[in-house]
Design a protein around this ligand. Sequence first.
Ligand code: DSN
Length: 416
Amino acid sequence: MPYLSKTDPAIADYLTKELKRQQEVLELIPSENIVSRAVLEALGSVATNKYSEGYPGRRYYGGNLEIDKIESAAIERAKQLYGAEHVNVQPLSGAPANMAVYAALLEPGDTVLGMDLSHGGHLTHGHPMTVMAKIYNFVRYKTEPDGTIDLDKLRALAVAHKPKIVLAGFSSYTRTIDYAGFKSVADEIGAITMMDMAHIAGLIAGKQLENPVSLFDVVTTTTHKTLRGPRGGMILAREQYAKAIDKAVFPGLQGGPHENVIAAKAVAFQEALHPSFAEYALQIMKNASVLCDELRNKGFTIAFGATENHMILFDAFASKGVGGKKAERALDEAGITVNKNVIPDDTRPPLDPSGVRIGTPALTTRGMKEAEMRFVADAIDRVLNDPDNDTVKQTVREEVRALCARFPIYSGLSYV
Ligand code: DSN
């Protein structure tokens, strides 16, 4: 990239260092991944220059002939991937996608039944700090001590509060969801079913987890987690909700869509349609299962009891007497990137919670398998047994660097 380093050496330098960081650390944040060079190319393409308010064939700007083809390809590929009746690829990310669904299907004051944040739900599922919680009435369900969701308790809440939407989905829950059970609860009270599959969209596309699209009315997602596309959002819905959802996205909430991102979504969807993506999704889950077992064997307390997806949440404070904030920093210093996270009904503050959330999508993209997961569990254990010990962190750092060199990413990519 000779242009950037000439015109803006400061940004080129930051990007060079960020590239090196990504190449040399173990990326364990479960909502992050490593996109292909083709996705990067589409993101950095000339489509970034174009305004295209509206939808393919119905734009408020001229010059959208090719952009229409790009957005239509993204829509068609997503439909094929998930068997959806209607797809909107314009949401800028997951939160805007969820907001658009609420705006499309609810009136202010209507009730949504969603998952409590500390039990795995997302901020946009009703956390009191969000704007959505000021507009709509969120009632929140929790998980059981064994990590499951009790459908009888869900039903009791639904009957008592009559939500207009029953919302499944999560950002830190590690078990599977009984979609048929959720739907039967929603059907009993005539509610709309909505699933936020952001975390597991790639595992569903890769046919390793059940696809909620045919059963649920509306499904939202991001495109950058297990699905391994650009940062962005998407809504899949039954045809009967198509018009309302499209109107809520534009002009309801957003202006011009980011067509370079939509081009990159199309590229990622094509990659996910390839049979090799199913192998990738399967390996993500095998890796998570081994990592979880290894950590449990080393005495880590696993929240929700197990993992049935790509993600593991462990109680660092109960396991090692180390709070999430300190654990995150110590692991960072050892070249292992994780994020601190609340555990169910956490009594510690959100910025220094008890938990640490990890996942295997990025390591699996690098080609790492079960043997490498055993090393990762051991490295995490060594660091958290002695988080102030610089020698341990330095030793792990060197081992991590050597491991990453065996599984290179973005070879040849340069910003100078
Ligand atoms: N912030 C995302 C995550 O890390 O899971 C959810 O939106």
